[in-house]
Design a protein around this ligand. Structure first.
Ligand SMILES: [Zn+2]
Length: 244
């Protein structure tokens, strides 16, 4: 695995054929978790996935589109078209140096402009393959069901995120402020209204059920599931691409 700590020479000699970069968010995560929660969790997963795939892991883009968390101190957001351009430019930059497979890991729900960026770059630059993967959405439907009690209720700062942060750095988790709240509306309401109007404390889930052990297992299962998905998806695309 390679990352920003390697020299250019080491990366050249190692010839990684997959590059990974992830996108986090700097946004409110209630009074329990730090604003960098999405950044910390997705960076941890990217590092583990990178190791399994022997990939070049590019540092996580810390910011995403976090309009739904405006009104809470500490939330810093970039526009969807800014993110769209960053993703395309980073993918093409990898292609230019001969890394023709790029996986973009989504660490937060509000990254909807990544999908069109991936689609556009695949049609505009058929010399490479770019894919997006949201490790949480995938694993919540599968392996995490055995670990978490509230997968269907978790949207923001609930059992899952608090557990993962406990496993990453317990000193950043202020459990004494944990308040459970599961709004009665669907998740799509975040496309219509800011979190503040739906849940004044900014939580959507059940943080009181979090534990360090659950977090440790979640991170392990997530990275295995994500690495397998990336490996299989590139293989499938490559074999289908011969018909292009
Ligand atoms: Zn989050």
């Amino acid at each position: 695995m390679f990352n920003e700590r390697n020299t250019s020479k080491e990366i050249q000699e190692g010839r990684p054929d997959i590059a990974i970069f992830s996108i986090g968010a700097i946004e409110q995560h209630t009074a329990v978790l730090p604003v960098g929660t999405d950044f910390f969790i997705i960076s941890e997963i990217a590092a583990r996935v990178g190791k399994q795939l022997d990939a070049y892991v590019i540092p996580t883009i810390p910011l995403g589109t976090s309009y739904e968390h405006r009104g809470f101190m500490g939330t810093v957001s970039i526009r969807p078209d800014t993110l769209y351009r960053m993703v395309k430019e980073m993918v093409v930059s990898c292609y230019e140096q001969g890394i023709s497979k790029v996986a973009v890991l989504l660490g937060h729900g509000g990254l909807w402009s990544v999908k069109p960026a991936i689609r556009d770059v695949n049609y505009e630059h058929p010399e490479g393959i770019a894919i997006w993967v949201c490790p949480f959405d995938r694993a919540m439907r599968g392996p995490l069901r055995d670990v978490l009690e509230t997968v269907d209720k978790e949207v923001h700062s609930g059992e899952f995120e608090v557990s993962c942060m406990m496993a990453i750095d317990e000193s950043l988790v202020k459990m004494e402020h944990a308040v459970d709240h599961v709004p009665s509306v669907g998740r799509e309401f975040l496309d219509y209204l800011p979190m503040k109007t739906i849940s004044p404390g900014g939580v959507w889930g059940v943080p009181s059920l979090a534990s360090k052990e659950k977090g440790r297992r979640c991170l392990e299962l997530l990275s295995i599931d994500t690495a397998e998905y990336i490996r299989d998806t590139f293989e499938q695309i490559l074999s289908l691409k011969q018909r292009w």
